[in-house]
Ligand binder design. Structure first.
Ligand SMILES: Nc1ncnc2c1ncn2[C@@H]1O[C@H](COP(=O)(O)OS(=O)(=O)O)[C@@H](OP(=O)(O)O)[C@H]1O
Ligand SMILES: Nc1ncnc2c1ncn2[C@@H]1O[C@H](COP(=O)(O)OP(=O)(O)O)[C@@H](O)[C@H]1O
Length: 185
């Protein structure tokens, strides 16, 4: 690849927000699997991994969640500005915090897309991938997003996916369609 080809590559951050077990991580990896064979550089900033390293020690208070989201937003923008498609399956429950990440991208002239993975809490709690809904119901944990902690739904996301009403492949295709529409893939 020549230098000019490298410089032509447009990066972006695609933030997948939604409740625990909504399907954010599943969809991010499915989309990554569609993009990589096309030659795109893709990074998935997985919430769990970030909390193990970049955000080690942070909990789930509003303040800690905001700090976590701003750190991820900072790293995502850096990568996206260098031509990487950055997929971020992170709850980010507060609108103000998500907007701050969007503003950071706008200020730097870096593409940013907000996607709401809108699986309802009833479906998420049935899936309960990590057993958190059961633990909350049993009184073992408190402050679970969407149950006894806030989740502020995006009012006007770039895309809202009713992930429970379609297959993983269909949702990933919708995401790819959005990227194509915006000239990012
Ligand atoms: N109290 C509470 N509320 C919400 N989520 C909780 C909680 N405790 C642990 N977890 C698990 O932490 C995973 C990562 O959360 P995030 O970093 O995405 O959350 S946040 O944006 O900082 O709010 C998140 O991962 P996902 O299930 O992939 O969304 C949860 O499984
Ligand atoms: N249509 C769908 N879209 C996304 N995930 C789905 C769908 N149907 C079932 N699932 C399952 O739901 C679970 C979602 O878990 P995960 O992707 O870890 O959610 P999150 O990252 O939002 O916590 C996975 O086990 C996935 O296989």
């Amino acid at each position: 690849m020549t230098t000019s080809e490298v410089n032509d590559v447009t990066g972006a951050t695609v933030w997948l927000t939604g409740l625990p077990s909504a399907g954010k991580t599943t969809l991010a990896y499915e989309l990554a699997g569609l993009l990589r064979p096309e030659g795109h550089r893709v990074e998935v900033l997985d919430g769990d991994e970030i909390r193990e390293f970049l955000s080690a020690g942070l909990g789930f208070s509003r303040e800690d969640r905001d700090t976590n989201v701003q750190r991820i937003g900072f790293v995502a923008e850096l990568l996206a500005s260098q031509g990487v498609l950055v997929l971020v399956p992170v709850i980010a429950p507060y609108a103000e915090s998500r907007d701050a990440v969007r503003r950071r991208h706008q200020k730097e002239g870096t593409a940013y897309l907000e996607v709401h993975v809108a699986t309802p809490v009833e479906v998420c709690s049935e899936r309960d991938v990590k057993g958190l809904y059961a633990k909350q119901a049993a009184g073992e944990i408190a402050g679970l997003t969407g149950v006894d902690d806030p989740y502020e739904e995006p009012e006007s996301p770039d895309l809202r996916i009713e992930a429970h009403e379609q297959s993983v492949a269909e949702s990933a295709a919708a995401l790819l369609g959005l990227l194509r529409e915006r000239g990012l893939a």
